[in-house]
Design a binder for this molecule. Structure first.
Ligand code: ZN
Length: 242
C-alpha cells in the first residue's frame, strides 16, 4: 500500500489545499491525518471539512480535543490558549463533533498512527530525543510508527545491531530487519526552518519512506490570521518556520 500521512494543519487551509492537490497527483491508497487540524490558523472549519472528505484515518491532536472541549488548556502556551478560545468560538457544531470523534491512536497493517507518542497518546509527549524513540520502539511491535506534534520532520530507524538513529529528514529505503519512527512534520506551521508544508509517503511495495515539501501562499494565510484578530506571532512564524 501507499500511505500519505499528514499532521498539524492548524487551520491553514492554503497549505492543506496545496497538499491535497499533490495527493490528487500522487494517488495514495490511503490518507491519514495525525491531528491538530485546528488551532493557530484562521480556517478551522474549512480544514475539518477537507479532512473529513480526504482522510480515511483521523487522529485527534491536543488542539483538536481542546477545541472540542474535551480537555482543558492549562498546559498550553498563552498564545495557544488565545487561539483555542478563538477557534472554539468560530468552529461550527458539526465540525466540533467531528473533532471529538477523532481516534487517539490507530493501528492498520504494519503501521501505528498517533499525534504524539503512540505509547501514551493523551500525555502529548513531544518526541525529540533518541532515548524517547528507544522507549517507543521497546513498547510497540509495528514496523512503522507515524507521529506529528513537534512540527519537525524526522525519520528514525531502529535495527538489529544498529541501535536507534536518525537516518534522514527527507528519505530512506526501508531495511528488512529495521523498524521506523517517522515524524511527518507539519502542514500548516512547520518549525524546522523550511517554510513549506511537510508530509510523508510510505510506499510498502517499493520499500521507501519520503518526506515531501510543498510551498503554499504564506502571505494569504498570514493576512487571514491578522484580519481575524489572532495573535500576530502566529502570522510571523509561518514565514520563519520556527
Ligand atoms: Zn501541532
Amino acid at each position: 500500500m501507499r500511505f500519505l500521512i499528514l499532521s498539524d494543519i492548524h487551520g491553514n487551509v492554503e497549505a492543506l489545499e496545496r497538499v491535497l492537490e499533490e495527493a490528487a497527483r500522487l494517488r495514495p491508497d490511503m490518507i491519514v491525518s495525525l491531528g491538530d487540524v485546528v488551532g493557530y490558523g484562521a480556517n478551522p472549519n474549512e480544514c475539518v471539512s477537507l479532512i473529513q472528505e480526504a482522510a480515511q484515518i483521523r487522529i485527534g491532536g491536543n488542539h483538536d480535543v481542546a477545541a472540542a472541549g474535551l480537555i482543558g488548556t492549562d498546559a498550553f502556551s498563552a498564545t495557544a490558549q488565545r487561539a483555542i478560545r478563538w477557534t472554539s468560538r468560530e468552529i461550527h457544531p458539526q465540525h466540533r463533533d467531528a473533532l471529538g470523534e477523532y481516534d487517539t491512536v490507530r493501528r492498520y497493517g504494519d503501521c501505528v498512527f498517533a499525534h504524539a507518542s503512540p505509547v501514551s497518546p493523551m500525555e502529548w509527549e513531544y518526541v525529540y530525543t533518541i532515548n524517547q524513540a528507544n522507549t517507543i520502539f521497546g513498547k510497540i511491535r509495528e514496523k512503522y510508527a507515524f507521529i506529528g506534534h513537534t512540527h519537525v520532520p524526522a525519520i528514525i530507524e531502529h535495527g538489529e545491531g544498529l541501535g536507534t538513529r536518525v537516518v534522514s529528514g527527507t528519505f530512506t529505503a526501508v531495511a528488512p530487519g529495521s523498524r521506523y519512527l517517522v515524524n511527518v512534520g507539519s502542514i500548516g506551521q512547520p518549525r524546522d526552518g523550511i517554510a513549506a508544508a511537510s508530509f510523508a509517503i510510505l510506499d510498502e511495495q517499493k520499500g521507501t519512506i519520503a518526506i515531501r515539501r510543498v510551498p503554499y501562499d504564506i502571505r494569504s494565510a498570514q493576512d487571514k490570521i491578522r484580519n481575524s484578530g489572532l495573535p500576530e506571532s502566529l502570522a510571523e512564524r509561518l514565514a520563519t518556520a520556527r
